[in-house]
Design a protein around this ligand. Structure first.
Ligand code: A2P
Length: 329
């Protein structure tokens, strides 16, 4: 008996994350029979090399999903997802969406495969990929929450320009040559900008509130107190985060480090005597989350500080989405 062919659409295939979807799919060699690459009229007709073949980029339209897809990976911005993901889902395609459009929708699971893979089953046609900063944070927070019960989290992020797409990346390249920015409100070279996504009435940015709300949703715990400050820095790729955590329960620091080292998706790099700690240059091109500078916060009863680094385009976006797809296959 011949099994049905598996067809996958890549929406936003020409973008920063879209191209990484293609790279990760090439690496993983999943049992997928056919791919279709989609983008806007700016890129339709372009040829992209993928899996050793030439693929012509097709124009995304309301009829793109009529031919029957099993899965679609979307990374073409929130407006594109809002319009086209429901169309794809209505035609029987399961969408894994990298935008923020559906993340807080109660009918849409928000998934990090190391943390809440069981939520995938709840999908009604759309699964959301969390924000890049949230993904790398919840990978170490999950085992810590299970064992010591997290009471409060203070996030401070140091985010790479690749998180702002090709235009953000170009702003840093151009800034080195003193060319004014196109994407960021100020030059990013030799600067850091405490402003990621739009400001809200409560004084926070949307990026900061994404970290607060998405962390609670993924850990299934609305009682955790969370605050965040997110900052863009002049690093090309890989986000870094200082995370201060307060627990309900007591802990032994050695055991806590062992717990992190033995949890899925984590590499502990914590040997300060030899200057070993996570850094963007070392996480680029990998799918693990690196954790170091693990130390007691002496200002509270049961607290720690950790430093967490990951490739935001891979684990923070493309690889996480492809890992969700892999679980479903
Ligand atoms: P295009 O190449 O046609 O502009 P990035 O975040 O790196 O800038 O990438 C954004 C991705 O989303 C690109 O692949 C871009 O395609 C795609 N995209 C943006 N707007 C649309 C749209 N309206 N329809 C389809 N694809 C879109």
């Amino acid at each position: 008996m011949k099994l049905k062919k598996i067809r996958v659409a890549i929406v936003g295939a020409t973008g920063m994350v879209g191209r990484m979807f293609l790279k990760v799919l090439e690496e993983k060699k999943l049992p997928i029979d056919e791919y279709v690459l989609l983008a806007s009229s700016r890129s339709a007709g372009k040829i992209i090399k993928f899996m050793g073949k030439d693929y012509e980029v097709k124009l995304l339209s309301e009829t793109s999903f009529d031919s029957g897809f099993d899965y679609a990976l979307f990374s073409a911005g929130g407006a594109t997802s809002l319009k086209y993901a429901p169309i794809a889902a209505s035609k029987g395609c399961i969408v894994i969406d990298n935008s923020s459009a559906f993340r807080m929708d109660k009918d849409v699971p928000l998934v990090v495969p190391e943390v809440n893979p069981e939520d995938i089953k709840q999908n009604k046609g759309i699964i959301a990929n969390p924000n890049c900063s949230t993904i790398q944070a919840v990978v170490p927070l999950k085992p810590l929450h299970d064992k010591y019960q997290i009471k409060r989290i203070v996030y401070s992020t140091y985010q790479a320009v690749s998180g702002a797409g090709i235009k953000g990346y170009t702003d840093l390249e151009n800034g080195i040559k003193d060319i004014p920015p196109q994407k960021f409100p100020y030059p990013i070279f030799s600067n850091c900008i405490p402003h990621i996504d739009d400001f809200m009435d409560n004084g926070y940015t949307k990026e900061e509130m994404k970290m607060v709300n998405e962390t609670r949703k993924i850990l299934h715990d609305d009682n955790i107190a969370i605050t965040a400050t997110t900052v863009r820095i002049p690093v090309f790729n890989s986000h870094s985060e200082s995370i201060n955590i307060e627990f309900e329960n007591e802990f032994d620091l050695f055991e806590l480090k062992q717990l992190l080292a033995n949890s899925p998706g984590i590499i502990v790099q914590d040997d300060t005597k030899n200057n070993i700690y996570p850094m963007p240059l070392n996480s680029n091109g990998t799918d693990e989350v690196y954790v170091g500078r693990i130390r007691r916060d002496f200002s509270v009863t049961n607290g720690i500080n950790i430093w967490v680094v990951a490739d935001n385009i891979r684990k923070g976006a493309a690889s996480n989405a492809v890992q969700i797809l892999e679980k479903m296959l």
